[in-house]
Design a protein around this ligand. Structure first.
Ligand code: PLP
Length: 367
């Protein structure tokens, strides 16, 4: 079976982790945390990095940093992971959805302005499968209506919009370092910001909002969102070779592009002229005329030894939100179509040219 993903762990990762274990620095204190935070912030062009235990809580802490009044609205794409919506709901705010662009699968920026009300406080752009959102229109609307940007760059390590790194745009930007992300700490996440107050608040939320003096005196509710030194050690070694990892993803993307471009019935990922796509996961959308949808196609490929994953199901199609009275009777046709017809192919960093060729010939055989 060719797996959908496999992380690439090397000697440096082993060396740094061994250092943690040998010296006993295995909790969330220790030198690798700050080094990892500083290095990732620098890479993305931000001042402060606050490492947390995963990308989901990075988003949750990010929303909390702004102290929005309950009932405040945050505009986000329907086509994304549920973490984006839970971050908003857990902070007593309301997610407001827009559809996605049929080519890039990122939020349709032309739909944002119509969704703005007196309660709107922020926009949450999410870069999808390695391709950046069209950030200029988003930043312009945010400026016009005085809205915050909470940028989710979990799937876009090293991707660029008009030459600027993804994660470099948000008032707060969030990352995941889950095992399938381009750089990984196994489980992990980070918030980035230019703003010292947000950085301080995020650090406080991460650590139960302890005060230094007196220590067990709390004026705010926090959480335990701490990352361990052992995880940060892996992360530091990974950031040190990010260029190699990003290049490998782009190579995989270009191999698939080259070999699948003439196959009828498939929509392939694109790279807008303002974008650097890092092809985090290589997604394809099947035309209905092929007779396949994502489920039946995934099954056919699995029988040939190729593992795939379906695309996200839009937030407006989630029973859990319908039960909360959210998004009932809302429809977003682009998202609905790609959720039904889209899946991503093996895209792991350990993939070889031979693997790609096998995947491509299996696709051609099935179709
Ligand atoms: C992976 C991912 C997350 C969540 O990260 P975890 O570390 O798995 O909690 C958030 N947003 C996006 C877009 C992701 O792809």
């Amino acid at each position: 079976m060719i797996p959908v993903n496999e992380p690439l762990i090397g000697n440096k990762e082993l060396e740094y982790v061994t250092d943690c274990l040998k010296t006993g620095w295995i909790s969330s204190a220790g030198k690798y945390i700050e080094q990892f935070e500083a290095k990732w912030a620098e890479y993305c062009g931000k001042k402060y990095g606050i490492a947390v235990s995963n990308g989901t809580v990075a988003l949750e802490a990010a929303v909390q940093c702004f102290d929005f009044e309950p009932g405040s609205e945050i505009i986000m794409p329907t086509f994304t992971i549920i973490s984006c919506a839970t971050a908003i709901v857990y902070n007593k705010c309301v997610p407001v959805l827009v559809d996605c662009d049929p080519e890039t699968w990122t939020m349709d920026v032309s739909q944002i302005e119509a969704k703005i009300t007196k309660k709107t406080k922020a926009i949450m752009p999410v870069h999808i499968y390695g391709h950046p959102c069209d950030m200029d229109p988003i930043m312009n609307v945010a400026k016009k209506y005085n809205l915050k940007i909470i940028e989710d760059a979990a799937e876009a390590h090293g991707a660029e919009y008009k030459g600027k790194k993804c994660g470099g745009f948000g008032d707060i930007s969030c990352f995941s370092f889950y095992a399938n992300k381009i750089i990984t700490t196994g489980e992990g996440g980070m918030l980035l910001t230019e703003n010292e107050q947000y950085a301080e608040k995020a650090r406080s939320i991460r650590n139960l909002c302890f005060k230094n003096d007196p220590r067990f005196y709390h004026t705010e509710l926090g959480n335990n969102f701490r990352l361990t030194n052992v995880q940060a050690a892996i992360g530091l070694a990974q950031v040190e070779r990010i260029d190699e990892l990003v290049e490998k993803k782009i190579w995989i993307g270009s191999m698939y592009n080259e070999n699948l471009k003439d196959v009828k019935g498939l929509q392939l990922p694109i790279e807008k002229d303002w974008a650097k796509n890092v092809y985090w996961m290589y997604g394809i959308v099947l035309d209905e005329e092929t007779g396949y949808n994502a489920v039946t196609f995934a099954k056919a490929l699995k029988e040939k030894g190729v593992d795939t994953r379906p695309f996200f199901l839009g937030m407006h199609e989630q029973p859990v939100f319908h039960n909360m009275g959210l998004f009932n009777d809302e429809h977003y046709p682009v998202s609905e179509n790609i959720a039904k017809q889209g899946l991503y192919l093996p895209s792991g960093l350990t993939l070889t040219e031979e693997d790609v060729n096998i995947v491509v010939s299996c696709i051609k055989e099935v179709l």
